[in-house]
Design a protein around this ligand. Structure first.
Ligand code: ZN
Length: 242
């Protein structure tokens, strides 16, 4: 399945849940969701590699390239073929490695040599979510036709094409680390934990109050009336170690 088919399928699924969703918003949502799960380790690793390819294809499309996905690309041994508006052919090789793996993988020289040997492109790009080994970095000049993009380069690349995306990603990633979620009710505010002095209990509320009345008791310590500040300050930030 190519990414356009994949994309229209998940767009239809998401649209059935949020009927007002526009294709542009959806593209942004897809890109951000992907970035937020970049280092999540799934059982199905090939699926994750494919999602990375889709992510890169979308970025190249947004950058104005024509992205070609043909069976031929499989024979050629290249992940993505892009064409710029002057008709120049660009081969793009994608290597997804999670940096949160116990022993994260890095891209070595053999992958580069193999990619370098594939004929038929005016330019080549090797993109990884990980890093290149020292051998690759010290011999980059031997491959003037290849552009090397590692994790940091990937963020710079995104920043060039859709700068807003990176800001949104950093913002949402920050919320995730602090265990704060977008409000389910108004989708405008954020759900934070609060403490009622008068009633002596913790609860969750929307930052958009009084415009949004989302409220939920914090039941993490059992019954609400046992849920007093004296028990434990909060398990809200329990993931953090000081
Ligand atoms: Zn709200």
């Amino acid at each position: 399945m190519n990414f356009k088919k994949f994309f229209s399928t998940i767009f239809q699924q998401t649209k059935s849940e949020s009927p007002k969703l526009k294709p542009d918003d959806f593209t942004k949502k897809y890109l951000i969701d992907y970035l937020l799960s970049l280092d999540t380790i799934y059982k199905n690793k090939s699926n994750q590699g494919l999602k990375f390819e889709y992510f890169i294809q979308i970025l190249y499309e947004l950058a104005g390239y024509q992205v070609e996905i043909t069976d031929k690309s499989k024979e050629v041994g290249v992940d993505i073929i892009a064409k710029d508006n002057e008709g120049q052919i660009i081969f793009i090789q994608c290597k997804h490695h999670s940096l949160s793996a116990n022993t994260p993988k890095i891209v070595g020289i053999s992958d580069i040599q193999k990619f370098n040997g594939i004929p038929g492109a005016n330019k080549k790009v090797f993109i990884t979510t990980s890093f290149f080994t020292g051998n690759v970095n010290s011999t980059q000049n031997d491959y003037p036709n290849i552009e090397f993009i590692d994790r940091k380069g990937l963020l710079q690349f995104i920043n060039q094409i859709v700068p807003d995306l990176l800001v949104e990603y950093i913002f949402l990633n920050n919320l995730k680390e602090n265990n704060i979620k977008e409000c389910y009710k108004c989708h405008n505010g954020y759900i934070i934990k609060k403490y009622s002095e008068t009633r002596n209990y913790y609860f969750y509320a929307c930052t958009n109050y009084p415009n949004c009345d989302y409220k939920k008791e914090d039941l993490s310590n059992g019954h609400w009336n046992k849920n007093k500040r004296t028990t434990q300050k909060s398990n809200f930030n329990s993931k953090r170690s000081c």
